[in-house]
Design a binder for this molecule. Sequence first.
Ligand SMILES: [Fe+2]
Ligand SMILES: [Fe+2]
Length: 260
Amino acid sequence: MKFIHLSDTHLLPRPRTIMGIDACARLEAAVASINANFADSAFCMVTGDLTDEGDAQSYREFRKILDRLPMPWYPLLGNHDIRSVARENLGDLPWHSDGFLQYEFETPAGQFIVLDSLVDMDTSYLNEDQLKWLDERLGVAQQDKKDVYLFMHHVPFNIGIPWLDRLYRMDNGEDLAAVLNRYNNIRHMFFGHVHRPIHGSWHGIPFSIVRSTAHQVALDLEDDKSKFIAEPPSFGIVLIEDNQVVIHDHSFLEDNLPII
Ligand SMILES: [Fe+2]
Ligand SMILES: [Fe+2]
């Protein structure tokens, strides 16, 4: 199975830009690239910060652009999103009865579980009820002998970029780890939020993070100040087979660049 992992689209109403970047045009370019190169993907997942300021127009634009994809698309919320505005404008998404945008869907590769760690711009955690719901869903999947893939915006552990770890790491990562550690069927976790391509494992579970489709965070492992850079954007293409998960990173603005 093949699917696309996009993140941090940060849309603003046109013609506003973010750090000089037209985030709507960037998302349009990403979608055009998916349609040209990976149109047979099963779905496209967008791991949060769909908009930069949580305005209604940007959520409507988000839907308009994503609807150009021939495959289903699934979003989740990040700290730049505003849940009430997202719900008003993306009302047909599978909102949980608690008001969170957390849900699951089934694919031939297993169960895909989407979490909502948004509290406000600077606060992120999964509350007791959310963790209980996750625990239940993981239990059912394990009973049914299904593999699980998890998606969320905030990263629940340090990544080694000081200002992101200090300000933006999910507040109760170890509570999440305590739930995940009860199961052995979680194949991979996918995050957004940090605007960098990062891969590794946490409590033995492999994870990956993709770049933003708009602006990128500088790779500075020393300085504790926020720093953004003009690295090209990219998205992930995830290939799942029985015994493997392979993730490619595609710099979509370079689709049409000549070699010389
Ligand atoms: Fe972001
Ligand atoms: Fe974020």
